[in-house]
Design a protein around this ligand. Structure first.
Ligand code: NI
Length: 166
């Protein structure tokens, strides 16, 4: 088990596009284990490999209270199945201390592989729909604050500088 350091905004490596996992081997299983440990340690509900400076298409999530229901997504592909906008107040382990409402489609259909390389397909609504969209964005170098207005982003950058200098 290992807790990996989480890249913090505005680190430019958060903007890298992650590569497809080609081989499901022990290395991938180790990455998944370490990502789950890191997510739990940071008390998050989702973590993308990009955030721990591993640029592969791997996401781990667990929205349960006691971390009893991890879901692993490798090479996730997402289709919007209900584009009704739904607003959730989002946060991100790479942008500590900042929480802002973001509107995203209500329902998505996700195709992915688990850490053994088994494909699965699942529809998500509610918090899990928001979570998986947020995490897939990470794999594409996108952050939730990118959805906010330029003014709001400027305020957040100022806030982060202030938090750092404390
Ligand atoms: Ni995030």
């Amino acid at each position: 088990m290992a807790i990996l350091p989480i890249l913090k905004y505005p680190n430019s490596r958060l903007r890298e596009k992650a590569k497809t996992v080609e081989v499901f081997d022990e290395r991938i299983k180790d990455i998944v284990t370490n990502m789950l440990d890191t997510m739990m340690d940071a008390k998050g509900i989702g973590l993308a490999a990009t955030q721990v400076d591993i640029h592969l298409r791997i996401v781990v999530t667990d929205i349960s209270e006691d971390y009893s229901s991890p879901i692993i997504f490798i090479n996730p592909e997402m289709k919007i199945t209900d584009d009704t906008p739904k607003s959730y107040t989002e946060g991100c382990l790479s942008i500590p201390g900042i929480q802002e409402p973001v509107e995203r489609p209500t329902e998505v259909l996700v195709n992915a592989f688990d850490q053994e390389g088994n494909p699965f397909e699942q529809k998500y609504t509610g918090l899990m729909a928001t979570c998986i969209q947020h995490e897939i964005d990470h794999l594409n170098g996108k952050l939730f604050i990118d959805y906010l207005s330029p003014l709001k982003r400027q305020l957040i950058r100022k806030q982060i500088k202030k938090n750092k200098s404390k």
